[in-house]
Design a protein around this ligand. Structure first.
Ligand code: ATP
Ligand code: MG
Ligand code: MG
Ligand code: MG
Length: 476
């Protein structure tokens, strides 16, 4: 099945179960001050769960454009490094607002996965909430009993509060969840070790694909739980991961969601994508990062958020610059590349997301201009590098930090250029300067908004280059 067919089959299936299919909400969350980007399918239905609004029909399904680069869900560090976490991804979801509950939700997940999509049953595992005595939370024996109709007991596992209990916040709607995982290892490996041991362990081939949340409690201000008068179902399945499973792959980048982008990157760079995840396979990693980041940037611009110096616009600018940094450092490209991927993305996804097709030309122009500006900064950094006085073949930590902070040079690039000249970098000195900057920005904390650590509202940030996207990012 192609990605298009897989998405359509999901929507058709839930339509056949009485769900209304609604469009994705924008990826930039405009009305919610607690969130910069939509990070789950349920965001747009928050008011239904809180009881502030009632939907005209209690069953809804859709695919939601999501982004997980900040706050509670920040997957940026994993992007390109593993084959299952993206910045932007689609979350397929079905909802019941006070209508059906655990029995139907579980039965339909099973029917869809095994009958419509034909996933082998013996590869599937379900987790259910195992309870938490300290918090007075009961285990979800109900969900377990429904799963027992389909799965052997050895494929049903109890999970902890972190993985299997969902809360919107300190107070409000909450409840246990049940996650579906799939074992994608070769038969021989499965015989040697049961998959159950690997579920919830971040194993690259035993992958979580679908989360079914059963919202049945309300947490009150005093911490006590009360039963909600009407219970809800909220599910989310990673579309790219589902495509991976159905197309017989073990990483999302090998599906037709990403291969057209990777092929285009190969054509532009003249390099070939080797598909390696080894830490030193920097070019392969860079290609994955580009294929991922162009989606985040293009979809965000399509939804009206331009790159800028504050808020979500700043996050997008930094993701774009992160992509530039990768092709500049590891693919030997000094010309705008990301903008050239937009037509491929629009051709692949513009059918389902017309906002992408409709604004294609504008998205290309905006990305190209951003890339040019940043490449220019990187060039200036090179001049600065060349003017450095590397006494005794050592680049001072403070100089490496200036290259990083003002000209967007990741330490990797400085190290690389130093090595070409037979020089070394005072990395300890660099780390020290970096730490000092972090301490300063922490002291500035009162100026920050949102959950992105140097975003400042209403204030132009003195930033001309790339700096870290998150604390350990400098290690990339
Ligand atoms: P994981 O444990 O793999 O990080 P999660 O538990 O954080 O996933 P949920 O919040 O349960 O994810 O979201 C529902 C589904 O969305 C997941 O089961 C997964 O298939 C998908 N998903 C979550 N994060 C990402 C991501 N960064 N990229 C692609 N798909 C994702
Ligand atoms: Mg996660
Ligand atoms: Mg998880
Ligand atoms: Mg999950």
């Amino acid at each position: 099945m192609t990605a298009q067919e897989i998405r359509q089959a999901f929507l058709d299936f839930f339509r056949s179960k009485g769900h209304k299919i609604v469009p994705s909400a924008p990826i930039v969350s405009k009305d919610d001050p607690t969130l910069m980007f939509t990070n789950a399918g349920m965001n747009q239905f928050k008011d239904f769960f809180l009881g502030n609004q009632t939907p005209d029909i209690p069953r809804i399904a859709d695919t939601q454009k999501c982004m997980r680069v900040s706050g509670k869900h920040n997957d940026l560090e994993d992007v390109g490094r593993d084959g299952t976490h993206h910045t932007m991804f689609e979350m397929l979801g079905n909802w019941s607002f006070g209508d059906y509950f655990k029995k139907e939700a579980i039965a339909w997940s099973w029917e869809l996965l095994t009958e419509v999509y034909g996933i082998p049953k013996d590869r599937l595992y379900a987790t259910v909430f195992g309870g938490d005595e300290g918090e007075g939370l009961p285990s979800d024996e109900e969900a377990k009993a429904f799963w027992m109709e389909y799965l052997p007991a050895s494929h049903i596992l109890y999970g902890n509060k972190k993985d299997n209990f969902w809360e919107m916040g300190e107070t409000g709607p909450c409840g246990p969840c049940s996650e579906i995982h799939i074992d994608l290892r070769p038969e021989a490996e499965i015989e040697a070790q049961p998959g159950a041991e690997l579920v919830n362990m971040d194993h690259p081939k035993v992958v979580e694909i679908w989360n079914n949340v059963f919202i049945q409690f309300n947490r009150k201000a005093d911490g006590a739980l009360e039963k909600l008068p009407a219970a809800h179902v909220d599910t989310g399945m990673g579309f790219e991961r589902l495509c991976m499973v159905l197309q017989g792959k073990t990483v999302t980048y090998d599906t037709d969601v990403f291969t057209p982008l990777l092929r285009k990157i190969e054509t532009i760079t003249g390099l070939s994508y080797g598909g390696s995840y080894a830490p030193d396979a920097k070019a392969d990693m860079a290609m994955r990062v580009l294929a991922d980041h162009v989606r985040a940037v293009a979809f965000t611009i399509a939804d009206g958020q331009l790159p800028s110096n504050t808020g979500a616009g700043y996050v997008i600018r930094r993701i774009l610059r992160r992509a530039v940094r990768y092709y500049y450092s590891f693919l030997n490209m000094q010309e705008p590349l990301l903008c050239q991927l937009v037509p491929v993305l629009a051709a692949e996804m513009g059918g389902f997301f017309p906002e992408l097709k409709g604004q294609e030309g504008q998205i290309v122009r905006i990305i190209e201009a951003e890339e040019k500006t940043f490449l220019n900064t990187l060039e200036k950094g090179i001049s600065r590098f060349e003017s450095l006085d590397a006494k005794g073949g050592l680049i001072q930590g403070q100089d490496a930090f200036e290259l990083y902070d003002t000209f967007g040079f990741p330490i990797d690039l400085t190290r690389l250029m130093a090595a070409e000249r037979g020089w070394q970098v005072d990395e300890a000195g660099f780390e020290k300067a970096l730490q000092a900057q972090k301490d300063r920005s922490r002291a500035d904390a009162h100026k920050k908004v949102g959950d992105w650590h140097i975003v400042r509202e209403g204030e132009e940030v003195a930033f001309v280059g790339y700096d870290e996207l998150s604390v350990s990012e400098a290690a990339v």
